[in-house]
Design a protein around this ligand. Structure first.
Ligand code: TYM
Length: 334
């Protein structure tokens, strides 16, 4: 809590091209619920270097991501939108929390196992302690809720465990955060293989819709989406491709799965796929237009970057000072 307001924290990595999964699983929910909270939306650039990055490219992507947050509808006057690397408290708290996290806990993280397998030539310590930095991100702002997609659930559970462990030693220092999963869109699957989640790092570009895809590309990718031979738009686990398309349609239109089944009752997959493509384009094209406007508005974006980092630092330092005192670091001389 900050004053009488509940706190919401979330973030995204500035790596790869953002997909419709990131948008429907996270960003769109952020916009929908942001009014109810004091919010912090972070571009987590420090997390990104657990995998090798081209420096110029990382800088470019980080700025693009920050602008996408705004383009998606988050007003930077009301929401604190900033870069992780501009607030040193994230790394400082992460160090402290490292000392309250067990190797065994980190070894169980599925994202670590997946990334270690993918980047076998660079299994660095940062990749291993990545979830501790994520815990620091969240706990630094005393977040009550963290809206994420289902793939981040394990990291959120670890964050809660670390916070509870710390509190059990030192008293009520951290708020225990709740995970917030949207009703629909919590796990968007690949259009080419509905058993795999839609991912920035998919080698097959037809499996993912990227937020900057133009309308023709979006429609084309949906036309090619893998479905089945049932010829029936029905929401069930035996038709994973169709289920995923229904999820996407519902998330974009803000309607239920039953409404979608009714709307396409007796219609073929061809019609349905085009309708899903149109619904996605109707979400993404205005977002792209706002993004291009922001690109033209350098001074405005720069000011947001500066002001919001100061605001975030202010709140982060409050928690950090408290934690430093609890663990026994000497007080600063004023
Ligand atoms: P990242 O950057 O991989 O993904 C950003 C957000 O998008 C969600 N997401 C999806 N949701 C539904 N379907 C999909 N196919 C899909 N793919 C991605 C993710 O669940 C996430 O919410 N570790 C985090 C970033 C992070 C963070 C944090 C998040 C760092 N610190 C603190 C919340 C709070 C990550 O790598 O997300």
């Amino acid at each position: 809590m900050l004053g009488d307001q509940k706190v919401l924290f979330s973030g995204m990595q500035a790596t790869g091209n953002l997909t419709l999964g990131n948008y429907l699983g996270a960003l769109k929910n952020w916009v929908n619920i942001s009014d109810e909270y004091k919010t912090f939306f972070c571009v987590v650039d420090e997390h990104s270097i657990t995998v090798r990055q081209d420096p110029a490219e990382l800088r470019r992507r980080a700025r693009a991501l920050l602008m996408l947050y705004i383009a998606a509808g988050l007003d930077p006057e009301k929401n604190c939108i900033y870069y992780q690397s501009h607030v040193s408290g994230h790394a400082e708290l992460a160090w402290i929390l490292n000392c309250y996290t067990y190797m065994g806990e980190l070894q169980r993280m599925t994202q670590f196992k997946d990334k270690a397998a993918k980047h076998a030539d660079n299994i660095n310590a940062g990749l291993f302690t990545y979830p501790v930095l994520m815990a620091a991100d969240i706990l630094l702002y005393q977040a009550d809720v963290v809206p994420v997609g289902v793939d981040q659930k394990q990291h959120l559970e670890l964050t809660r465990d670390i916070a509870e462990r710390f509190n059990s030693i030192y008293g009520d220092v951290f708020t225990i955060p709740e995970i917030y999963l949207g009703k629909v869109g919590r796990k968007i699957m690949s259009l080419q293989d509905p058993s795999k989640k839609m991912s920035k790092s998919d080698e097959n570009p037809n499996g993912s819709i990227y937020l900057m895809d133009d309308k023709d590309t979006i429609i084309r990718k949906f036309k090619r989406a893998v479905t089945d031979n049932e010829a029936c738009v029905r929401y069930n686990d035996n038709q994973p491709g169709i289920k995923n398309l229904i999820d996407i349609y519902c998330a974009c239109k803000g309607i239920s799965t039953e409404d979608t089944e009714k709307e396409f009752d007796g219609k073929g997959y061809g019609d349905f796929k085009i309708a899903v493509g149109e619904a996605v384009a109707a979400e993404l094209i205005p977002l792209q237009e706002r993004f291009h406007e922001l690109e033209q508005n350098k001074d405005y974006v720069d000011k947001i970057i500066k002001d919001n980092a100061e605001q975030a630092s202010y709140f982060a330092n409050k928690t950090l000072r408290k934690v430093q005192k609890k663990v026994g670091f000497p007080e600063r001389i004023k």
